[in-house]
Design a protein around this ligand. Structure first.
Ligand code: FPP
Length: 235
């Protein structure tokens, strides 16, 4: 278990784009557009903070149930950003990783994310992990199935199954567990996000809607984290 008090990984549930737009009598897609712009701003702020990993919940498996118009608008926005931000990602030495059920995404988006991951794989300043069509329970189900297959074909004995083995088979296998989880917009739920990985994570809930969440608030949360004492169940 990692016991260093330095924050290495921040995970964010970016909530409240719809309400941000509604307050301005604008369509929800406008809120998502502002939300996507804020992803770029917060990623820049992360580089300055020195924290090495950022995981963003961009689209959950449950989000497929939103209206076709809204899902299409989100996917179009995603296409736009995957193309538009490529250069900045490379110039800033950012490594991109996608977690989630990527076969649910359209083929052109799958190609774009494969390309981005491959091109940015050797970058080292910040790892930006984007959860797309992600659901934590499904991730755990996939892991259980892969272990069961190995046991069934005799490659693994039941007694060798460990916490470490499970961690190493999740989508997040190369990423440390989050130190901080932030949810914006006042909701206090985890919504099927990184359930295994947040066992010891410090939780922060803010009323700020995602498009308004800024660098000052991010740095203030990191500061509060530095002042919290983490005991991992010990005295
Ligand atoms: C929550 O707002 C946000 C999302 C559904 C996903 C976050 C998306 C972005 C930040 C845009 C960039 C992502 C992609 C995939 C291009 P909400 O719609 O749930 O807001 P509400 O709770 O106020 O309705």
């Amino acid at each position: 278990m990692e016991e260093s008090n330095l924050c290495k990984h921040i995970a964010i549930i970016m909530d409240g784009n719809g309400r941000w737009a509604k307050k301005r009598a604008m369509p929800r897609s406008f809120g998502h557009k502002k939300g996507a712009e804020n992803v770029v701003k917060i990623t820049r702020a992360m580089k300055e903070s020195g924290v090495k990993f950022l995981t963003l919940y961009a689209f959950s498996t449950e989000n497929w149930q939103r209206s076709k118009d809204e899902v299409d608008a989100l996917m179009d926005l995603l296409r736009e950003y995957l193309d538009k931000e490529f250069q900045e990602i490379m110039e800033n030495n950012v490594k991109i990783v996608f977690i989630g059920e990527r076969e649910m995404l359209s083929e052109d988006i799958q190609k774009k994310i494969d390309f981005l991951e491959k091109e940015s794989a050797k970058n080292t300043d910040l790892t930006l992990c984007i959860a797309l069509s992600y659901g934590s329970r499904q991730e755990i189900v996939n892991t259980v199935k892969s272990i069961a297959r190995n046991v069934k074909n005799g490659d693994l004995s039941i007694d060798d199954i460990s916490q470490e083995m499970i961690s190493n088979r999740l989508y997040t296998r190369n990423i440390p567990d989050p130190d901080i989880l932030i949810r914006t917009s006042g909701e206090q739920r985890i919504s099927n996000y990184l359930l295994w990985q947040i066992a010891y994570t410090e939780l922060f809930f803010t009323n700020t809607l995602w498009p308004d969440f800024d660098k000052e608030e991010l740095l203030s949360i990191i500061e509060q984290f530095n002042n919290r004492e983490r005991r991992y169940g010990k005295n």
